[in-house]
Design a protein around this ligand. Sequence first.
Ligand SMILES: Cc1cc2nc3c(=O)[nH]c(=O)nc-3n(C[C@H](O)[C@H](O)[C@H](O)COP(=O)(O)O)c2cc1C
Length: 130
Amino acid sequence: MQEVYKFLKEAETYYLATVDGDQPRVRPFGTIDIFEGKLYIQTGKSKDVSKQIQKNPKVELCAFKDGQWLRVAGKLVRDDRREPKVHMLEAFPDLKAMYSPDDDNTEVLYFEDATATFSSFTAAPKTVKF
Ligand SMILES: Cc1cc2nc3c(=O)[nH]c(=O)nc-3n(C[C@H](O)[C@H](O)[C@H](O)COP(=O)(O)O)c2cc1C
């Protein structure tokens, strides 16, 4: 999972796909953190992306860096504890202008039953489960 975290951190931007009824939705994301051995992302509960995840937690993300792309498919679980929110905001201090661990909007979610696949045009795909 450390490898997945490192790739996403270095890529800086990944694209997170959710399911909205029978319509896929995708948007750029950048937040990524490891807390208590789990891979977390951050969003706001007021966003459509959050509402879609609460209805259907199955997501997939994709990032591209240095000729390699990474896909992570799995479920996202909301964690409403203060600690992972503080940890995330410390990792992305610019977010503090918009989010606080004590507002009722900040949301962090961790991956469950995740399959990460590293691919390239030159090597066989490599899969990691966490
Ligand atoms: C480079 C980049 C990184 C972003 N990272 C995040 C992020 O980590 N979390 C987030 O909630 N929004 C992030 N955003 C903003 C979302 O893409 C934007 O709010 C989007 O509209 C949310 O999807 P939705 O409209 O389907 O709710 C980022 C935007 C950009 C351009």
